[in-house]
Design a protein around this ligand. Structure first.
Ligand code: DUC
Ligand code: ZN
Ligand code: ZN
Length: 490
């Protein structure tokens, strides 16, 4: 019998820190050895001239998410995970979204029922907390963290999801107690509401006004406020989907002051602008997401933030809605911008876009690419070193990239169920050609090789960002442990 199940020969293995010309041996779904002359294997893959990278970890995507307004995501756990794996991603962490009045535990059970029979790659969930009652915070949340759901998302805007600052503090304190990571959607709700009301009143209802109503100042203000709330509690947070320099500067300043503030950005802030929302007719609706894409200067700023380490992670925020009455146009054929479903698809192109424009054009190096798309994501969400790297003992989640392969994007070549892509016609150089998920070939020669339902739920550890009480607030009496007594409720 062969020593290994698979050997990937002759490629260049790249991790967040290292580059090695070596073979990779896989046994029982894990990486068993790295080196040369490793022996024999049941299956050999020639990776000559290829890059052998960790599979991507997608830390922000919306899959089969039940919305409070009745619209549905285009992708279910099958199409979303198939689309992800064709784009070189081998782990996804979508959301289990609590609606007000719902139990968190039931929410998670409902998402398990959706994901288990369909996911083709491994997955976890973040909890969206929209109703932080005593029961939810005191009983359900701690139990779910123990069960491996170790990150939450909170919203500072959206009528049905928004928490006020008091509730945010409750969630942050709970995250601190249990070692969970909080993702924050930071936009000023009342600024958006106030601007939207006036725009609509005056008849400015076309999709392009979505970008006007979601002002950068509102994003920066909420980012600043979220950071201060996190500083008060002394708990790390991740500001998600940062669109522009103003919010990014808040994050960078906080990082410079030693606060544990992490930043995430997404393809739509590098490759789209507000001008896309002004396309012919209702076409602009396809590009409505929150925060919205900005302008060329904001794109350059976001590239700088990726290069200088302000952003720890690069996610798609895949929020897929069809361009019909089930999704974008659920409020009618020409709804005002306030009633257009928010979100753009991007789970399949996240890695190719960043590889081509980032690594290919020397804006970031290949190690930064791996860190932003896999390793840091796994670290932040308690999956490292099982996921997000190539190391002996890690899951054999591997994407073999042809750095020379050129592709012109059309929606037809993608595997989602959205019906369009915001990146239609874009030229990409560098593509994942073979993808392994826990040692199984998942994609080869353009074909899917894994079964519906063969992905596994991941019981995640605590975030690498979680840490015990460190800094004290200046107002706090050093003689008394207000950290434990007041914040932790001890
Ligand atoms: N904004 C969000 O907050 N979530 C999903 C998509 C979007 O545009
Ligand atoms: Zn969000
Ligand atoms: Zn999102």
């Amino acid at each position: 019998m062969a020593t290994f199940d698979t050997i990937i020969r002759g490629g260049t293995v790249v991790t967040a820190t290292d580059r090695m010309d070596c073979d990779v041996a896989v046994r029982d779904g894990r990486i068993a050895a790295l080196g040369h002359d490793l022996g024999d294997a049941a299956r050999e893959i020639d990776a000559g001239g290829m890059l052998v990278l960790p599979g991507g970890v997608e830390g922000h995507c919306h899959i089969e998410q039940k919305s409070s307004t009745g619209i549905v995501n285009a992708d279910d756990f099958y199409s979303a995970t198939v689309s992800a794996v064709f784009g070189g991603t081998t782990t996804v962490i979508p959301f289990a979204a609590q609606h007000r009045g719902d139990s968190l535990r039931h929410t998670v059970e409902a998402y398990h029922a959706l994901a288990r029979p369909k996911a083709v790659i491994d997955y976890g969930y973040h909890l969206i907390i929209s109703d932080p009652t005593d029961q939810v915070m005191g009983q359900e949340l701690p139990a779910l963290v123990k069960d491996g759901v170790t990150s939450f998302k909170v919203y500072m805007t959206y009528d049905q999801l928004k928490l006020d600052d008091y509730q945010m503090l409750d969630v942050l304190a709970a995250a601190r107690r249990h070692g969970a990571l909080v993702m924050v959607h930071a936009e000023n709700h009342d600024m958006i509401r106030w601007l939207s009301d006036r725009l609509v009143d005056k008849g400015y209802t076309q999709p392009k006004y979505h970008a006007v109503s979601h002002a950068r100042i509102g994003e920066a203000e909420a980012t600043h406020r979220a950071i201060q709330l996190s500083a008060l509690i002394d708990v790390p947070i991740l500001i998600v989907h940062v669109s522009a320099e103003e919010a990014m500067d808040e994050i960078r300043r906080a990082q410079g002051a030693g606060l544990s503030i992490y930043g995430e950005t997404c393809p739509q802030y590098l490759f789209l602008t507000a001008a896309d929302l002004d396309r012919e007719g209702m076409e602009g609706a396809k590009f409505c997401c929150s925060p919205p894409p900005r302008d060329a200067a904001a794109q350059e700023a976001i590239w700088r933030g990726l290069a200088n380490g302000t952003f720890a992670v690069f996610s798609s925020d895949h929020a897929p809605y069809r361009f019909d009455e089930t999704g974008k146009l659920s409020a009618g054929p020409a709804p005002p911008f306030t009633r257009i479903a928010n979100g753009v698809p991007g789970i399949e192109l996240r890695l190719p876009l960043l590889f081509s424009e980032g690594v290919g054009k020397n804006r970031i190096d290949i190690h930064q690419f791996v860190a932003l798309t896999a390793t840091n994501v796994a670290r932040l969400y308690g999956l490292h070193p099982q996921k997000g790297t190539i190391a002996v003992g890690a899951d054999a989640d591997i994407a073999i990239w042809d750095p020379e392969k050129e592709v012109t994007v059309t929606h037809d070549m993608l595997h989602d169920a959205v019906g369009y892509t915001p990146y239609e016609g874009r030229r990409i150089k560098g593509w994942p050609v073979v993808v392994f998920s826990r040692g199984r070939i998942a994609v080869e020669d353009g074909d899917l090789k894994v079964e519906r339902g063969s992905g596994a739920f991941l019981t995640r550890a605590l975030s690498d960002a979680a840490r015990p009480l460190g800094r004290r607030q200046p107002e706090m009496d050093p003689e008394r442990n207000f950290g434990a007594e007041i914040i932790d409720g001890g």
